[in-house]
Write a protein that binds this ligand. Structure first.
Ligand SMILES: [Zn+2]
Ligand SMILES: [Zn+2]
Length: 335
């Protein structure tokens, strides 16, 4: 087989195993699909949960990766919204049914039979990927460098959805876990005139300095209390112990939003932490409307995207660095 009909991928054979380098035939897009040449794919904490077996895998082996920026290389029958040569993004939401109660009410993120990129179908830790054309996001006006766009496809979008869930009236905002999502959404929040309070692992002064450099008015350890009660807090760190800490830090009527797909168990806590109309909620997946809103916002208010670039073959190293908290911003694989 000619080299031009092959592709490279980092494949997860099964939960808890390292990714394996593979070459395989380049697949053809079916009706309604496109094939992309991957330009960059960021590494999300969800990929780590998939690799570590925190989430039950519906398909294995699987190619992870759902923060993809690529160029359309081939289009399947009936695709009219993307052409060969277009640059698009592929997020976690790879397919929805279009007719369940959630799809019908503007909550396609909660679709009863969704397909997620890099989970139900092979994702972007690869040189090429197949995606459903209707779920590819146009990227016009967002800048040219694919590696710096890739983290917007999940860290940015989930951050945006979490920020909306925190409420537009949340002026004093806490962010627990200052990684890829928080570093992006902190800038959006600051541009909106909110006061960002960044909570990092206790003693992580580098992350605290990083947060201040992006406009946080206060940064400290997650074991510290903010100088004033918060209107809302978003938890990006997958650590259940943070929920009661964040409830303690929010005012009466304040909200605690859990932004991750997986979290360690939340320890029991006294009811008085929840009382006085404090709320706990979660954010799941994204809608294409979120992408439309978020991309419109950052076209007019661009964000600085901090990345560490890895070759595709270094995917295991990128995952290890994320697991160990050695990253500032987002890890991005460039094939
Ligand atoms: Zn549905
Ligand atoms: Zn993600």
């Amino acid at each position: 087989m000619e080299a031009s009909s092959r592709m490279r991928a980092m494949v997860l054979p099964g939960a808890g195993q390292p990714l394996e380098w593979q070459e395989r035939p380049r697949p053809s897009p079916a009706a309604g699909e496109v094939r992309l040449r991957v330009l960059a794919c960021a590494v999300c904490r969800t990929d780590l949960h998939i690799v570590d077996g925190d989430l039950l895998l519906p398909l294995q082996p699987i190619v992870p990766g759902h923060e993809i920026v690529g160029t359309v290389e081939a289009v399947g029958a009936g695709v009219e919204n993307h052409r060969v040569g277009d640059r698009v993004g592929v997020p976690w939401l790879g397919h929805t049914c279009g007719h369940c109660a959630y799809c019908g009410s503007g909550s396609e993120n909660l679709c009863d039979t969704p397909r997620f990129t890099g989970f139900h179908r092979d994702g972007g830790f690869a040189s090429h990927v197949i995606a459903e054309a209707d779920f590819c996001l146009p990227l016009d006006g967002l800048g040219q460098d694919p590696a710096h766009l890739a983290p917007l496809m999940c860290a940015g979008l989930i951050g945006w959805r979490s920020l909306k869930a925190a409420g537009h009236d949340a002026r004093r905002l806490g962010l627990y876990g200052f990684g890829a999502a928080a570093h992006l959404i902190a800038q959006v929040a600051v541009a909106e005139g909110r006061q960002v309070h960044a909570f990092t692992r206790p003693g992580d002064l580098v992350a605290q300095d990083f947060a201040r450099s992006l406009g946080a008015v206060w940064a400290g350890g997650s074991d510290q209390m903010p100088p004033e009660p918060l209107d809302a807090a978003i938890l990006f760190a997958p650590v259940g112990e943070l929920v009661p800490l964040a409830l303690r830090a929010v005012r009466k009527g304040g909200r605690v939003v859990c932004g991750g797909i997986h979290m360690s168990d939340i320890p029991s806590f006294p009811y008085r932490l929840l009382w006085q109309e404090r709320q706990i909620s979660s954010v799941a997946n994204l809608t294409r409307q979120d992408a439309h809103e978020f991309f419109s916002r950052i076209r007019t208010h661009p964000v600085k995207v901090q990345v560490k670039i890895y070759a595709l073959a270094q995917a295991n190293q990128a995952l290890a660095d994320l697991r160990e908290g050695r990253l500032q911003g987002a890890a991005v694989l460039v094939p």
